[in-house]
Write a protein that binds this ligand. Sequence first.
Ligand code: LLP
Length: 420
Amino acid sequence: MVDAFSRQGSELYAEDVALSAIATQVGTPCYVYSRAIIESNWREYDLGFGGHPHAICYAVKANSNLEVLRLLADLGSWFDIVSGGELERVLLAGGSAGRVVFSGVAKTAEEMERAIGVGIHCFDVESVAELERLSRVAARLGKVAPVALRINPDIDAGTHPYIATGLKETKFGIAIDDAITTYRMAADTANIQITGIAAHIGSQITESGPFIDALVRMLELIGELENEGITIRHLDIGGGLGIRYRDESPPAAREFIETLVDRVRDHRADLTLYIEPGRSVVGNAGVLLTGVEYLKSNGDTHFAVVDAGLNDILRPALYNAWQNIVPLQDNPELRSCIYDVVGPVCETGDRLGSQRELAIEAGDVLAIMDAGAYGHVMSSNYNSRPRPPEVLVDGGKFHIVRRRETISDMTAAESAPPQD
Ligand code: LLP
């Protein structure tokens, strides 16, 4: 595995590039990704499968920058998408439609039409109503839509409630108790071809247990479906592993996959296994650089006021998520102090980290670590703040793969009513 960002002397580096050089040239706030780390993370999954038939369907929602998608497509990755927009991104990045699985609870007829038109590999269907719509759209096009039903296995993934998706109270999937009847129905539905079965129990899961529980339930179900004469060619186990933000210790991807493959092989050696990792491919491959604007104290509370806010990185505010914050350059001359690291947005919740010990002064640049997944993709223009640029490091070089937004980018889609 390639080492994540490392310190060389007093400076934090991404591969062979000092992050301070990027901050100087590109400005802050700014996302920086390491190509080598992304590739290594993806390959670890691939190695785990050995010779077992499989597909690693990178979850585009985690980071949909075209260059990130392009480098994954070049590795041979498949893609898990949840919108028509993500489909277009995959195609623009040179990904092949035949390697796309389409998840999501609310697919529109237009999205289905486009996805059938370009020939995606499979729809992960989440309800009877969706199945009926898909059948109508496919019939109109004179095509057959390939389908896996996404089953909600009713498993507690032990993660943040906003990102736990496999409990029966959530909106996702088809209840496991209805799985057999829904498969029977799908088998009788015109213009639908059953190819597989899918599940996704949540994100930032840092142990194998819940995945194995879901796998076991799905394998049982596959057995029951076989008895019904319904053939399942692939099993999609959903998103990948969680990552270490602070003190979590998720299993290594390679061993984790080996464990899953062993279980599958015991059951059916020809069952193709799909996985849809997002966070564990790009999360530790990215940082958000942010400049310190001011240091201030209100009573006993010390604040480091930085130039990135919750519009640039939403996870801390939305999930109370902890991400490490470190200065790009160590400065032993400075006294350390406990800061709340806060952004410019007019909300008390615009706090990127609380109670962090840092030795810093105004003008320093900080790195918010592990920001490669669910970082830029969740950014917004709130407070009319242009979204930050994205930079991809490759060895000793770096490239801007998305420029900083301008005020005119932000207002371009707005218009006045006609004057009469
Ligand atoms: N497949 C499906 C159907 C999903 O819904 C997701 C994530 C994934 C795959 C990828 O899961 P991963 O490998 O990244 O765990 N914004 C939240 C995470 C939301 C995840 C939603 N679904 C966060 O920042 O923590």
